[in-house]
Design a protein around this ligand. Structure first.
Ligand code: RIB
Length: 299
């Protein structure tokens, strides 16, 4: 069983389904509204747990109804929340998500996620030392992300840095991540590129190995040398929210099998995740993933 530590955000997702995206100043009638657990960190933790990993989450929620629901939800998924703190001074993180036309728009209010500290990461050092992989994203303070990447390198445990939402990052500590897992736009933003450079060239320029997601087109990955391609798996898309998180969770779980296998399984898990509503709604169990891969053998 893979042991994974996730350092990241925990949000309540406020999801509205609409026939199309509204334009500025327009009022539109929605079709459905739901509140479901989300946050890139929590999503990646749940994705890994469903695939059979032993997962510890390092994060924060507010002392409010959302916080209680979110922490309980993680425990029900089998995630260890010992290192999730409850803040009295700030509310839980929220994400207002509009789903339309097979795509989404997301506005995140970090709340307690803005108070996930490097001290919390240090407090989880013993768990990180024993982990097979550590996942971290960028909905928490940058200094906490940096502390996670540095600690992983110091104790020789691979850190997967999912740079979402993206911002330029110093090459010096970026080089200490085992894998960077952006999409094309995020990679350009991280490297400070205007966005007009071919993504394969950006992958070559990055100071650490890159696994780049391309939605339905699958993923590209590069340790050294030329970037390699893993095709996507075609499915009926209901909601793409959380597809990247499912990809990252699966990548961490299967990394021990080698990068090529891990990327293929991560693409398959991400494909399954978009067939149901909600960031965590479609995340597969290990059995579901294996059955799906079996049905697509040779594909
Ligand atoms: O990656 C999807 C997630 O981004 C959502 O669950 C939302 O909470 C935002 O953090």
């Amino acid at each position: 069983m893979a042991r994974i530590v996730v350092v990241g955000s925990i949000n309540m997702d406020l999801v509205t389904l609409v026939p199309r995206f509204p334009v500025a100043g327009e009022t539109l009638l929605g079709e459905r509204f739901l509140t479901v657990p989300g946050g890139k960190g929590a999503n990646q933790a749940v994705a890994a747990a469903r695939l059979g990993a032993q997962v510890v989450m390092v994060g924060a929620v507010g002392r409010d109804a959302f916080g209680e629901q979110l922490a309980r939800g993680l425990v029900e998924e089998g995630v260890d929340t010992t290192h999730v703190t409850t803040r009295d001074d700030v509310g839980s993180g929220t994400a207002s998500i509009t789903v339309a036309e097979g795509d989404n728009q997301i506005v995140v209010v970090p709340g307690a996620n803005a108070h996930v500290t490097a001290t919390q990461v240090e407090a989880a050092r013993a768990l990180i030392e024993r982990a097979d992989a550590v996942l971290v994203q960028m909905e928490i303070p940058l200094e906490t992300v940096e502390a996670t990447v540095r600690l992983g390198r110091a104790v020789d445990v691979p850190v997967i840095l999912n740079p979402a939402p993206a911002q330029p990052l110093p090459r010096e500590w970026l080089a200490q991540a085992r894998y960077l897992t952006p999409n094309q736009h995020e990679l350009a933003a991280v490297l400070g590129d205007a966005g007009d450079t071919d993504f394969r060239e950006l992958m070559r320029r990055a100071p650490c190995p890159v696994v780049l997601t391309r939605g339905g087109e699958g993923a590209w990955y590069r340790e050294q040398g030329e970037p390699l391609h893993q095709h996507g798996f075609s499915v009926d898309v209901v909601d793409t929210t959380g597809a990247g998180d499912t990809f990252n969770g699966a990548l961490a779980v299967f990394l021990r099998d080698g990068l090529e296998v891990a990327v293929r399984k991560a693409c398959a898990a991400a494909a399954l995740s978009v067939t149901r509503l909600g960031a965590q709604g479609g995340m597969p169990t290990r059995d579901e993933l294996e059955a799906f891969l079996g049905s697509r053998a040779g594909a």
